[in-house]
Design a protein. Structure first.
Length: 143
């Protein structure tokens, strides 16, 4: 059983790294990292967020968000307005849109030869794991 759990961890990590490599290749002309594109994509979907909300959407700590926002500001891909709201510049929006397009393409490529019944099984397993993970985090916050 312990070996199977390690396999899950390795598979999840491998899929995440493959996705990042795919996106880095598809977006290399824009000179952005996988971490930066994550924030651009969130802002593309949400329009404008405070940095604290951006941290929650990205599921990372505030110092990492602050660092990413600074890098994106330096590249003129985001702007900060009054009230600490971060939004995309025109160029940032273009990259966010391209990320969205490439992420959709990645998902289609990833799942095109997998049967719906197999996807349903994996979906149920990951829903259970996600719920368990959230319970662990909620219990940590209470202590």
């Amino acid at each position: 059983m312990k070996k199977n759990r390690m396999l899950f961890k390795n598979w999840i990590f491998s899929i995440k790294k493959c996705f990042e490599n795919y996106m880095n290749g598809k977006l290399k002309e824009f000179d952005v990292t996988a971490g930066q594109t994550q924030f651009l994509h969130i802002l593309y979907k949400e329009n404008s967020l405070r940095q604290s909300a951006l941290s929650k959407f990205a599921e990372c700590d505030k110092s990492y968000t602050h660092r990413m926002v600074k890098e994106l500001l330096d590249k003129k891909l985001v702007q900060i307005s009054q009230g600490d709201f971060v939004s995309l510049t025109e160029k940032g929006a273009m990259i966010g849109k391209e990320f969205d397009k490439q992420a959709t393409k990645w998902h289609k490529l990833l799942f095109e030869d997998i049967a719906e019944k197999d996807i349903a099984i994996v979906k149920k397993v990951f829903e259970n794991i996600t719920q368990k993970a959230q319970k662990i985090i909620n219990n940590m916050e209470k202590k």
